[in-house]
Design a protein around this ligand. Structure first.
Ligand SMILES: *Cc1c(COP(=O)(O)O)cnc(C)c1O
Length: 394
């Protein structure tokens, strides 16, 4: 399709993963092959030398993988994407493409749990220091920067407190310091938020979540701004080898075709569930940038096109109340992960953010009674009715 980059998100979701193939397939087929046949010795040599475009080996490039890389890069407004085996593999690749021994990282304190360990332990082992700060507070970001800071990593809205960071504000601080800014855009998807437009250098996705949307794939993506960054990322990805495979690429590209209409449904149901929880007598407070009273509401409205389906809330009665609710729901599924068509509910302190330890959780505002819900696209009345009967038992 001509000029796919100028089309609407709805159209891009459906057409940007398409790749013309020799047999006239309407959908990019699954090229389930590890390697590609050369026409002759010269052809092989010129592919390796980069004189000719083509496929060599699936870790390096594969047509089905390229399909999903294209659609995510187009949606994000980036130059190119590099598909990864998981969101964590994508975060590792992005960080490894920037960091060297002696560097310092500034990271959102409300962040996907395993990122804390990745930076503290795995990158820590290579002599890299990290400071976790509240990135919604630009003064805190500024004062955390040192002359060694080369990377600022932001999640907005942050997991699981939904705290909103001003991407343009953080980018300005990072760039003044000569650092790169990476943004984990998993919670929003590019239909709602495009961090490259707000100064980010690299966008990371766990495609396991909204992009695939059907809770049946683990996959990730790194999107970069320009050709130089892309070639560097591609080379790193080829060396590290944590690449996505053709079958999962096919499934994610298939999932992305309905991303825009799924997001529309999440955007309609999220505010209704949040409004229900907000006035419920057993709920202490609701964290959702779609609520006018949320401290992140205005910044979020400035940089994103909708509130999305992720809501966190604090029950009166702390951890015990949370347990009763999670054991009482019948439609909402008690499971980690998010962004699928089904409503999922979980308890960060004992599940996704358990490995952070109580002190880091307290600092990041993840209280023991915090419950996170990923509002799916079932009938919203039935989702609310399920929460209502569960809350009655609390
Ligand atoms: C799930 C998630 C990840 C990790 O993705 P995987 O695909 O599970 O490796 C990273 N960041 C955020 C915000 C997530 O929700």
């Amino acid at each position: 399709m001509e000029d796919i980059r100028k089309k609407s998100k709805e159209t891009q979701c459906i057409h940007a993963s398409f790749l013309e193939d020799a047999k006239g397939a309407v959908v990019t087929p699954i090229y389930q092959t590890s390697t590609f046949k050369f026409r002759d010795a010269d052809h092989g040599a010129s592919l390796f030398a980069g004189r000719e475009k083509g496929y060599i080996y699936t870790r390096m490039a594969n047509p089905t993988v390229e399909g999903v890389e294209n659609v995510v890069a187009v949606l994000e407004g980036g130059y190119g994407g590099v598909g990864c085996a998981s969101g964590m593999a994508a975060l590792h690749l992005a960080f490894a493409s920037i960091l060297k021994t002696g560097d310092h990282v500034v990271c959102s304190e409300s962040v996907y749990g395993p990122v804390v360990g990745l930076l503290n332990t795995q990158f820590g082992n290579f002599g890299i220091d990290v400071t976790f700060v509240d990135t919604s507070d630009l003064k805190a970001v500024k004062s955390a920067m040192t002359e060694k800071t080369t990377l600022v990593h932001v999640e907005t809205p942050g997991n699981p407190t939904l705290v909103v960071s001003d991407m343009a504000g953080v980018a300005e601080i990072a760039h003044k310091n000569g650092a790169k800014m990476t943004v984990d855009n998993t919670f929003m998807s590019p239909v709602l938020q495009r961090p490259l437009e707000h100064g980010a250098d690299i966008v990371i996705h766990s495609m396991t979540k909204f992009l695939n949307g059907h809770a049946d794939v683990v996959a990730g993506m790194v999107v970069v701004k320009d050709e130089e960054a892309y070639l560097h990322m591609r080379k790193m990805s080829n060396a590290i080898g944590g690449t996505i495979d053709p079958f999962n690429s096919f499934l994610v590209a298939r999932g992305i075709k309905t991303l825009a209409i799924r997001i529309k449904a999440h955007n309609e149901s999220g505010p209704k569930v949040a409004a229900f929880l907000d006035v419920h007598p057993k709920v202490e407070r609701v964290m959702y940038p779609g609520l006018k009273t949320d401290p992140g509401h205005d910044v979020h409205a400035k940089q994103a096109d909708g509130p999305g389906g992720l809501i966190s809330f604090e029950l009166k009665g702390g951890v015990e109340a949370g347990k009763v609710l999670m054991n009482s729901v019948k439609l909402c599924v008690l499971a980690v992960s998010l962004g699928g068509v089904e409503t999922l509910i979980q308890h960060p302190a004992s599940m996704t953010h358990a490995s952070m330890g109580p002190e880091a959780r307290r600092q990041a505002g993840i209280t023991d009674g915090l419950v996170r819900i990923s509002v799916g696209i079932e009938d919203v009345g039935e989702i609310i009715a399920d929460l209502e009967q569960g809350l009655e038992k609390v």
